[in-house]
Write a protein that binds this ligand. Structure first.
Ligand code: HPA
Ligand code: ZN
Length: 336
């Protein structure tokens, strides 16, 4: 099953580019930019990655992002992630970035978006990986700050397909951002949001009803509400699930307790994603493998995660058909 999983075409829909900052690059950028970091080696950084919940991760994650200063830094970060994508047979990726993490430190919005975008364009040309960019609002900040960020994004509509919502879910429910999401929709952005990761299932319902979200990031706590589960099945609302992230942040104690395969078999449009792979111990292939190790599945079931992600992605119908054919051909050839 390992070689089947490695070679399977994959589509990633939940990846924070700041969460792909490997300790080695963190060190290199700290040196290049003369930024002090409280670690002596990449191994020391890795040893500090012991999390007990979402907040304990976020504190370290925002600190790590401090080494990102220049456009070239954002380019290098994104390019390193795309090389990982290539190795993992990721053919399309939709990545999040958190402008406020950088603008709050005095880095210009343009610096961030242009560096990421330049690498994505290079990835399209040199690696054959297509991509979309989604800007997330930090939900621990107020809605006013989100509005400022939305206004900064208007000059970059050609590079940003949608807006999302991340950071501390507890205490920062979707209703706090209803107005700015309505404005984003009016400006033509698609919307997504993290919901039902640590927070209650009603955050998922409100994300759909108040934020106009076309997919839900994480969403694993939907199982607490049977009516919601039925709605997610009927409407085929995609959930971008992140198995290794959920394990590291103690959303589930053990991969055997994870509900993703149950949700797949119930007919939900669930997908597998890496979230913050430099912090959670694995990119796409590792996430697929971890799920398959804990939950025996057929090859068709494993491939279904890719087929679901293709349907859930923000690409054209023609492109969805092309990637679906590619995935079905891979499955057929592998089984022949
Ligand atoms: N949840 C919320 N905010 C985040 C995450 C996450 O998993 N990763 C990066 N920011
Ligand atoms: Zn996330």
């Amino acid at each position: 099953m390992t070689s089947f999983i490695t070679g399977l075409p994959k589509v990633e829909l939940h990846l924070h580019i700041e969460g792909s900052l490997e300790p080695e690059l963190m060190f290199a950028l700290a040196e290049r930019n003369k930024i002090a970091i409280p670690f002596n080696s990449p191994d020391e950084v890795r040893a500090a990655y012991q999390f007990h919940n979402l907040q304990s991760f976020l504190d370290i994650y925002y600190q790590g992002a401090n080494v990102l200063i220049h456009e070239q830094d954002f380019y290098d970060l994104t390019w390193a992630y795309l090389l990982r994508c290539k190795a993992d047979h990721v053919v399309h990726t939709e990545i999040f970035f958190d402008p406020q993490t950088h603008t709050e430190r005095g880095i210009a919005f343009e610096t961030v978006v242009n560096g990421i975008h330049r690498a994505l364009e290079q990835g399209r040309k040199m690696l054959g990986i297509s991509s979309q960019l989604i800007m997330c609002f930090l939900r621990h900040l107020d809605q006013e700050s989100a509005f400022v960020t939305l206004n900064q994004a208007l000059a970059h509509k050609d590079k940003i397909v949608g807006v999302g919502l991340d950071s501390s879910e507890l205490g920062n429910p979707p209703e706090k951002f209803k107005a700015v999401f309505q404005q984003a929709l009016a400006e033509g952005f698609l919307t997504v949001a993290h919901a039902g990761e640590e927070g209650p299932s009603e955050n998922i319902t409100h994300t759909l009803d108040l934020l106009g979200a076309t997919r839900v990031d994480h969403g694993v706590r939907c199982v607490d509400d049977a009516v919601l589960v039925e709605r997610l099945v009927q409407a085929q609302v995609p959930l971008t699930v992140c198995p290794l992230s959920n394990l590291k942040l103690k959303v589930f104690e053990d991969m055997k307790d994870h509900n993703i395969v149950d949700l797949l078999r119930k007919g939900l449009c669930v997908t597998i994603n890496s979230d913050d792979p430099a912090y959670f111990g694995g990119y796409m292939t590792a996430n697929f493998q971890a799920v398959a190790d804990a939950h025996p599945m057929t090859q068709e079931e494993i491939a279904q995660f890719t087929l679901n992600a293709i349907q859930a992605s923000f690409i054209s119908v023609e492109e969805k058909q092309r990637l679906t054919r590619m995935t079905r051909d891979y499955l057929d050839n592998y089984q022949a």
